[in-house]
Design a protein around this ligand. Structure first.
Ligand code: NAI
Length: 247
């Protein structure tokens, strides 16, 4: 028996990196992987790849920082499948600069996607979960939410903010059959990270007790567990998947 049989899962930022690995894994476990992303080229290709290997997947080009688009997209998914079981709030961007150099635009861009986008997607999707008395709301935070990071005032504010929202939703939706949890990845070797200079990668590895970077598939595994029936009593948690970097 597959672990997400007949579940409908929306994965934001699902065209690349951690979201892509999650879409592939969820589809392999029997879910319909609904990929929401700005990148139509990669998103369509991935959905096609998943379908060709026998999974169920669909791509929608949406900007998670535009509430109108998200509300429409959520209604479309619920209309087609009759429900939305799982929401993975994963789309995220960085616009790094030290506090001295960070512009108001850099601050606002990251807030719009990483914080408002998570609020918008959850606001648009959660009513369908409440209707069915079932739901899993999962959000990608980051280890930097727990210990801060040089040059990331904007990003850290959003990644700490989603932890606060997650705990609030755990309280608000707990009695409606819905759980809300966050995953805090450490250094994950997505294509962008893997392309960094070797000396930078070496210093990243050095900081991690496990001695290596994580794989996108290892974050997908955490999402799979938290989305599965085995995690039904886990609510309001932040699961660090970071090779021990936060200890
Ligand atoms: P990525 O850049 O490989 O993938 C992010 C995806 O989100 C892209 O496909 C992009 O098109 C999409 N996206 C960006 N803005 C969007 C928007 N407004 N609407 C719709 N889609 C949008 O990034 P990665 O590394 O896979 O990151 C995924 C999440 O994990 C992000 O929230 C990131 O902050 C978080 N994270 C990543 C870590 C890492 O080491 N890679 C560590 C900790 C957290």
């Amino acid at each position: 028996m597959k672990r997400l049989e007949n579940k409908v899962a929306i994965i934001t930022g699902g065209a690349d990196g951690i979201g892509k690995a999650t879409a592939i894994r969820f589809a392999a476990e029997g879910a319909v992987a609904v990929i929401w992303d700005l990148n139509a080229e990669k998103g369509m290709l991935l959905a096609e790849e998943i379908r060709q290997t026998g999974g169920q997947a669909e791509f929608f080009k949406v900007n998670t920082s535009d509430y109108g688009q998200i509300e429409k997209a959520a209604a479309g998914v619920a209309g087609k499948y009759g429900k939305i079981d799982i929401l993975i709030n994963n789309a995220g961007i960085t616009r790094d600069a030290s506090m001295k150099k960070m512009s108001v635009e850099q601050w606002q861009q990251v807030i719009d996607v990483n914080l408002s986008g998570v609020f918008y997607c959850t606001k648009a999707v959660s009513p369908y979960m409440v209707d069915k008395g079932y739901g899993r709301i999962l959000t990608t935070s980051s280890v930097v939410a727990l210990y801060g990071n040089f040059g990331q005032t904007n990003y850290v504010a959003t990644k700490a903010g989603v932890i606060g929202m997650t705990k609030t939703w755990a309280r608000e939706f707990g009695r409606k059959g819905i759980t809300a949890n966050a995953v805090a990845p450490g250094f994950i070797a997505t294509e962008m990270v893997a392309a960094m200079p070797e000396n930078v990668l070496a210093s990243m590895r050095e900081k991690v007790p496990s001695g290596r970077l994580g794989k996108p598939e290892e974050i997908a595994s955490a999402f799979l567990f938290l989305a599965s029936d085995e995690a039904a009593y886990i609510n309001g948690a932040v699961l660090s998947v970071d090779g021990g970097i936060t200890i």
